[in-house]
Structures are given as C-alpha cells and as structure tokens.
Design a protein around this ligand. Structure first.
Ligand SMILES: Nc1ncnc2c1ncn2[C@@H]1O[C@H](COP(=O)(O)OP(=O)(O)OP(=O)(O)O)[C@@H](O)[C@H]1O
Length: 262
C-alpha cells in the first residue's frame, strides 16, 4: 500500500504545487487527472522518492520516502515517463531493458532472465537486436514499460501511456496495463485522456490547483461538471446519456445494452 499523508510540495521559487494531499494506492488502477499544472507529475514523483515532501509524508509499503533513496524506492515503484523515447540511450532493445537490472547488481543469468520475461510481458519477444529509435511509437512505449518491469516493481506509474499512439498500439498498451493489474500490481495512470479513464480505471483522483478535488468511483467522477476542471466527457458517455442506457465503460458494453433493448 502507498499512503500519501497531508502532502505539501513547495518548489524553490516558492511555487506551492501540492497543498495537503491525502491518497492511498493498493492493488488497483487509479487514474490521476487534472488540468495542466494541477500537480499530477509533482505528486507522482513523490511516490518513488524523486521529490521529498516539504510537509507531510509518503509511505510505500511501510517505507517513509524521506528515509529511503530513489534507487531503493524505484525497486518498489516503477515510473514510465511521458515520451519515454527521450530516455533511451542503448544501441539495442535488449541492452536498454537490461540496464536497470544490471544496475541492481544481479548476475548475468538473472539479468537475461528478467529481460526475456519483461519483453514477453509486452509482446516484444524477438526485438532484442532492434535499435530503440527504429521502433514505432507503440513499440517504444512497450519497451519503456519492459524497462520498468525488469526491475520487478510492485507499483507502476504510467504518465500518458497512450498519448500519441495509433488505435492498435493504444489497445495493446491498454491490454498490458490490465494484465499487470490482474497480476497484482498497483497502477497510477496519469492521463488527460478521459476515454482511457472510463475504460481502465477503478478509481479516479482529481487534482485541481494542487488540491485533491475528488477521489472516488469512475461513475461518480463522470457525474462531475468536468468542464469546470478543463476536462472532457468521453464521446461514449455523450452518446449514451441521452439514450438512457446507463453507465457504460466501453463500446462493447454500450452495444450489448442497446441491442438488448431492441
Ligand atoms: N521544477 C519546478 N520548479 C518550480 N515550479 C514547478 C516545477 N515543476 C513544476 N512546477 C510548477 O508546479 C505546478 C504543478 O506542476 P506539475 O508538473 O506537477 O503539474 P501537472 O498536473 O503534471 O501538469 P501537466 O498536466 O501540464 O503535466 C505548476 O504550476 C508548475 O509550473
């Protein structure tokens, strides 16, 4: 369990980015949403100790982030940044994914085992020799997820994992996220894509001006006046509301309800 207790973050230059945020993350998919500048990235960076609280505390499976290094916390909390390709620096996929486990000081055999396992999780077996920059956007995103998985973290933070991907790649990344959740990972999904929230999340946390404005179910979230928070309503809900089909999470559910009524 990750527990964020009364977390304040004030950047140098005195920008108050988080104002007393409380949050828990267990084995669930929590969507972290909010307008630009509301504090999402700042909050996420606290979960693996990249930032330390100005006030309050963050406890990851009993470890207070103030008392543990980023290296230690990264074993527990993996973070896939937005536009991960900016972080690739090895000449092939195998070495890219092996980089983290090697740094943990694992044996060559264990490193290879982890790389093979991680690439399998994201359906990139056989991509070992490919140059990371030669891959498509979706494949790069999957390599970035594999890099993180190879560290075997319990919790995953994914920052805009499907933004900029074509539909097929986005579907594949969504499937991977769902599988990881089913395997027992806690997942924090930072996104501006409300379709993704509707389809994948168990719970939604809305930040507004550094404060938690909402923390609850996906259905309750989509009943909020989202425009006031500069957020959109997914097209599926715009269509389904006037048809009074109730709350549906994806096109298949929508069709099932609509066709049942015919
Ligand atoms: N290193 C920094 N120094 C000073 N202020 C910062 C720094 N990083 C972020 N901020 C400010 O803190 C506030 C929260 O920023 P943050 O990046 O956490 O928001 P966000 O919700 O992730 O935004 P976006 O959706 O645009 O990525 C913003 O006002 C931002 O300008």
């Amino acid at each position: 369990m990750i527990e964020v207790r009364n977390l304040w973050h004030i950047y140098e230059g005195r920008k108050v980015a988080l104002k007393g945020v409380n949050l828990t993350l267990g084995n669930e998919i929590v969507a972290l949403v909010g307008p630009n500048g509301s504090g999402k990235t700042t909050l996420a960076k606290h979960l693996n100790g990249l930032l330390k609280p100005t006030k309050g505390e963050v406890i990851v499976d009993g470890k207070n982030t103030k008392e543990h290094s980023v290296a230690e916390l990264s074993r527990l909390v993996g973070y896939v940044f937005q536009n991960p390709e900016n972080m690739f620096f090895e000449e092939n996929v195998f070495n890219e994914v092996a980089f983290g486990p090697k740094n943990l000081g694992l044996s060559e055999e264990e490193v290879e085992k982890r790389v093979r396992w991680a690439l399998k999780q994201v359906n990139l077996e056989g991509y070992d020799e490919r140059h990371p920059y030669s891959l498509s956007g979706g494949e790069k995103q999957r390599v970035a997820i594999a890099c993180m998985l190879a560290m075997k973290p319990k919790y995953l933070i994914l920052d805009e994992p499907t933004t900029g991907l074509d539909e097929k790649s986005a579907e594949s990344v969504k499937r991977i996220i769902n599988n990881l959740y089913k395997k027992g990972h806690g997942i924090l999904l930072i996104t501006h894509e409300m379709e993704l929230v509707l389809e994948l999340a168990d719970r939604v946390v809305l930040l507004y001006s550094g404060e938690k404005a909402f923390d609850g179910s996906v259905q309750e979230f989509f009943e909020l006046p989202l425009r006031e928070y500069s957020l959109d309503t997914p097209s599926l809900l715009k269509i389904s509301k006037p048809l009074e089909v109730g709350f549906v999470r994806n096109v298949e559910e929508f069709l099932r309800v609509v066709l049942d009524d015919v």
